[in-house]
Design a protein around this ligand. Structure first.
Ligand SMILES: Nc1ncnc2c1ncn2[C@@H]1O[C@H](COP(=O)(O)OP(=O)(O)OP(=O)(O)O)[C@@H](O)[C@H]1O
Ligand SMILES: N[C@@H](CCO)C(=O)O
Length: 354
């Protein structure tokens, strides 16, 4: 019998100008308690796996307990099947405790994908490195900012390699072929497409220890796919240069101690995604404009977290007042919120024997 715990932090992507590039792992962790009972020789469980789910986030969405449907186990099966293991080992039990709200911009799907590749790697005894597991994550979650932060931890800059044409084609295989629709318990025997080597990479940046992250989480869902559909296909040169200037400053601004509020506030401005997402998030424009480090002592900068609707405010003090002002702005649009004070989760995903 083996028992172990997989702990994966949530993440906030973009941090303003770093659309699909910059990510920050935060101190809200999903935990998977896994037991593999190898004293049994056969199992009645579908795919030899039993899932139990504890929702600590009070999300309204029901998470499937079918291992062929649940995102975490489906991703684990993808990794296993790439290594000629068709099902979980007899007999696997996975208890998921999840405090991360779904579809709110705190990287819940990236966290699930990272936990899933880690689960496949562990139960299959595959011995894959985190760097290789990032390739598997990128076959599913196609932008690297959330998954790299959840996998490696901390404040990261990410990029995708220029791949050879044949590898580009493999990387762009439709998601329906990577994670095929559930086959109703019937094993189709198909081997899924393996990721090319070295799709994505990351670099960790410093983070000034004084800086905390206030996450203001509105009580409504914005599916990331919808928030990507509202973005334009092309941008003006002026908007691209505006974002490049700020993205180049951001790691130095957030890594320097003591933090310089004016520099950080400027470095967190964006013209690539936030202006377009305001149609999905009532009050977003006002929230991004009405507070500055001058009017709100302790505040360093504000941005949309991931694809929203969560707002991320970085600050050194007066956390309650900053959260209250943002919550009041949402309230004027009849939107209620919860908020959390978080810190960077430097360790990323960990596996501990228990
Ligand atoms: N722990 C989980 N178990 C199973 N499915 C999950 C889990 N977490 C997230 N999901 C799936 O991911 C969906 C949310 O993904 P989506 O990309 O829309 O938002 P997000 O990842 O929370 O936000 P963002 O990408 O903006 O940070 C959920 O609706 C659910 O289907
Ligand atoms: N970079 C992504 C993060 C959300 O998954 C976006 O903003 O769409």
């Amino acid at each position: 019998m083996r028992s172990f715990l997989i702990k994966t932090p949530c993440s906030s992507a973009n941090i303003g100008p770093g659309f699909d590039v910059i990510g920050l792992a935060l101190s809200l962790h999903m935990e998977l308690k896994v037991t593999v009972d190898d004293s049994k020789t056969s199992s009645e469980l579908p795919l030899n796996c039993q899932i139990t789910y504890e929702d600590l986030s009070k999300s309204t969405e029901q998470i499937s307990l079918d291992p062929e449907v649940n995102l975490i186990t489906r991703v684990a099966l993808y990794v296993l099947r790439c290594h000629n293991q068709r099902a979980f080992p007899v007999e696997t039990k996975v208890h998921i405790s999840n405090p991360i709200p779904l579809g709110r911009g705190l990287g819940s799907s990236g966290t699930a994908v990272v936990a899933g590749v880690m689960l496949g790697n562990e139960v299959g005894n595959l011995g894959l490195s985190k760097e290789r597991l990032l390739d598997y994550c990128l076959m599913i979650e196609r932008h690297p900012d959330n998954v790299a932060a959840s996998l490696f931890g901390g404040f990261v800059g990410t990029y995708l390699n220029e791949l050879k044409p044949e590898d580009v084609a493999r990387k762009e295989i439709p998601l329906s072929e990577v994670l095929p629709a559930p086959a109703g318990g019937i094993d189709t025997g198909n081997k899924p497409p393996e990721p090319p080597l070295g799709i994505g990479h990351y670099r960790k940046f410093d983070w000034a220890p004084e800086i905390k992250a206030i996450a203001i989480i509105p009580d409504f869902v914005v599916p990331t796919a919808n928030a990507r559909n509202v973005l334009p296909q092309t941008y003006s040169r002026a908007d691209v240069v505006f974002n490049l200037q700020r993205a180049a400053l951001l790691p130095a601004a957030l890594g320097t101690s003591p933090p310089d509020p004016d520099m950080i506030f400027l470095a967190m401005q964006d013209r690539v995604h936030q202006p377009y997402r305001k149609t999905l998030i009532p009050g977003l424009t006002e929230i991004l404009q009405f507070m500055t480090p001058l009017t709100q002592p302790g505040l360093l900068g504000i941005c949309l977290s991931g694809a929203g609707p969560t707002i991320l405010a970085l600050a050194t003090e007066n956390f309650d007042q900053i959260a209250d002002r943002i919550i009041a702005q949402f309230a004027s649009n009849n939107i209620t919120c919860q908020w959390k004070l978080l810190e960077p989760a430097q360790a990323g995903t960990t596996v501990t024997e228990i």
